[in-house]
Write a protein that binds this ligand. Structure first.
Ligand SMILES: Nc1ncnc2c1ncn2[C@@H]1O[C@H](COP(=O)(O)OP(=O)(O)O)[C@@H](O)[C@H]1O
Ligand SMILES: [Mg+2]
Length: 294
């Protein structure tokens, strides 16, 4: 019997999503025949509990944001020598930093929303260490800037301002280690109006379209951009990126998520399903990809 430790919870603002991801992943792995132990890194003596698990086959990291996704947990697992799902320390840290990753993308010639000054309206205010759209605001009028900055500051001391890019938003997942595959693109359509975040993340707040209502050529190009970004950061196993396609078909890369959601309604499992990979098969593949690197 192979034991997989699922890490879920953590102390980031995305704790709740992570707990849901963990439940789904644990169930799927049990069904796939693994012995599953779920641990929450914020519980007392987490390191001792993890070290106490015998014959760990792999650790499935179902943590989102904060220490679970920024390389910290990954570094701990490297140190104690356990194989884990997803990206390593550096890729995790880079993907989590919206300024450093943007600079890398620009240096490789990938299109990103340019950073801007407060007068360049409309603009988007974001905490540098983002996730789940928390702390992000679209500012259309000068008067809204202060509130947007105050909100972003609740999540991070560093704040980013970038140009608002009008267009159609799609998300594309990448799966694999050496020759990763580009999963089918999903168009995200917010139910109530254009780019309304609250609506987008509330239950039933957004519609998902596979394939996107865009020329196939544009979607394929966005897929190449997302794969290039995945490689540039040095991601492994999986990632899911968001891209805004403007009127002319130009793909603006928004961000790379190294640990996308794994709830029943999450986008990455939905994209995998569209490629014929069930949720259970997906979790099993990620565990094997984690082993492959050892
Ligand atoms: N420059 C932008 N122009 C238009 N919409 C944006 C822009 N930046 C972010 N958004 C919207 O905000 C959402 C969250 O932004 P993102 O940078 O992906 O942060 P997070 O790390 O929270 O996912 C995006 O999915 C998109 O809908
Ligand atoms: Mg995002």
């Amino acid at each position: 019997m192979k034991t997989v430790v699922v890490l879920a919870g953590g102390d980031s603002p995305e704790r709740e999503v992570s707990l849901h991801s963990g439940i789904g992943v644990a169930r799927a792995l049990k069904e796939a025949g693994f012995v599953v132990k779920v641990l929450d890194p914020i519980k007392p003596d987490f390191p001792g509990k993890l070290l106490g698990v015998k014959n760990v086959y792999a650790v499935f990291i179902a943590l989102h944001g904060g220490k679970g996704e920024d390389g910290t947990i990954q570094g701990f697992l490297e140190t104690i020598g356990l194989p884990y799902t997803g990206s390593g320390i550096l890729a995790s840290a880079l993907a989590m930093d919206k300024i450093l990753s943007k600079q890398l993308f620009v240096s490789a010639g990938l299109l990103v929303p340019p950073v801007c000054l407060p007068r360049d309206l409309p603009l988007v205010v974001k905490p540098v260490h983002g996730g789940s759209t928390l702390g992000i605001s679209i500012v259309k009028k000068k008067a809204g800037l202060t509130a947007a900055l105050d909100l972003a500051r609740k999540y991070d001391a560093r704040i980013l301002m970038e140009k608002f890019i009008p267009g159609i938003e799609i998300t594309i997942g990448i799966l694999g280690n050496e020759n990763p595959r580009i999963l089918p693109a999903i168009q995200i359509v917010p139910a109530s109006g254009f780019y309304d975040y609250q609506a987008k993340y509330a239950p039933g707040g957004s519609k998902h379209l596979i394939p996107p209502e865009l020329p196939r050529k544009w979607v394929n190009r966005a897929g190449e951009v997302v794969l290039a970004a995945h490689r540039l950061l040095g991601c492994r196993g999986l990632s899911r990126s968001e891209v805004i396609i403007d009127q002319k078909g130009n793909p603006y890369l928004l961000d790379v998520n190294t640990i996308p959601g794994f709830t029943a309604t999450s986008l990455f499992p939905e994209a995998a399903a569209a490629a014929g990979i069930s949720f259970g098969e997906l979790t099993r593949q990620l565990v094997e990809l984690a082993r492959e690197r050892q």
